[in-house]
Design a protein around this ligand. Structure first.
Ligand SMILES: [Zn+2]
Length: 266
């Protein structure tokens, strides 16, 4: 009996320690065992490392645009090979009233360019230490746009969906998914009012289409702290939160870090 209890306790511990799961597909993550003092890079970008159960591992973000095939993690001149398998994401057709959100004009294009540079800078940053890899659901609601869907706006193909859309009424409070530093706030053409939280070691969360922003750049927020409210700003068809999770500069499936997303109705 005592043995059974010990076994049960060990199982629970290992379950809570494995908050994230390996998923070697475009938009997924590769969890690769590595030495404790490793400084791995992937595609020239530094990669997050953590203690995962008994092991020290690298957690590599795999871009949605990555072609399935053979890749390798670089570490101190050595290569650690791994394979990325294909994944089929569904298609989504969206119809927008605002035609400029489908075909932006010249002025819009200038704005979009400068905003995407700002965003790139915030999403590529790699500094600070990671407090915890575990994240909580920032907003409750049905999923109105799953991660990775191949999108057509008014029948024109656009980039696949880089986050998870959770529908909620305007004004619903948004909680920080994890502790971190506010590294970017803005009011962008496509993403609307947005907040980026840098959790350290290249892991960030992004909150788009917000109504109200209640934080400032540089501010440290705790997990669960309210950063603002859900809105319908930017390229949207209704009020929702677009939650993005970014790792080594690429967007990965938020459900890998926020498992509660899998339980939300669609
Ligand atoms: Zn979205």
């Amino acid at each position: 009996m005592r043995l059974a209890l010990i076994v049960l306790a060990t199982l629970c511990l290992s379950t809570s320690a494995t908050a994230i799961e390996d998923s070697r597909v475009p938009g997924g993550i590769a969890i690769i065992p590595i030495e404790a003092d490793a400084r791995p890079t992937f595609n020239g970008k530094p990669v997050l490392t953590i203690n995962h159960g008994e092991q020290h591992v690298a957690v590599v973000g795999l871009a949605l645009s990555l072609e399935p095939g053979d890749y390798s993690l670089q570490n101190k001149g050595k290569q650690i090979p791994f394979q990325v398998k294909p994944k089929k994401y569904l298609e989504q057709r969206i119809y927008l009233e605002n035609k400029r959100h489908v075909t932006p004009n010249t002025l819009d294009l200038d704005r979009i360019k400068s905003e995407s540079q700002k965003q790139r800078g915030a999403l590529d940053a790699f500094d600070g230490t990671l407090d915890s890899i575990r994240m909580i659901l920032p907003v409750e609601g049905p999923i109105s746009g799953p991660f990775g869907k191949r999108r057509f706006f008014n029948d024109q193909p656009r980039r696949p969906h880089s986050g998870t859309d959770i529908a909620a009424p305007t004004g619903t409070p948004i909680k920080a998914a994890a502790q971190g530093r506010i590294s970017l706030i803005g009011d962008f053409f496509f993403n609307g009012r947005l907040v980026v939280i840098d959790h350290g070691e290249g892991l960030k969360t992004m909150y788009n289409h917000m109504d109200q922003i209640d934080v400032k750049e540089g501010q440290i927020v705790a997990q669960g702290e309210v950063i603002g409210t859900v809105g319908a700003t930017g390229r949207v068809t209704g009020a929702h939160l677009h939650l993005g999770v970014i790792l080594n500069g690429v967007s990965v499936d938020p459900a890998l870090f926020v498992p509660e997303i899998r339980a939300l109705p669609q």
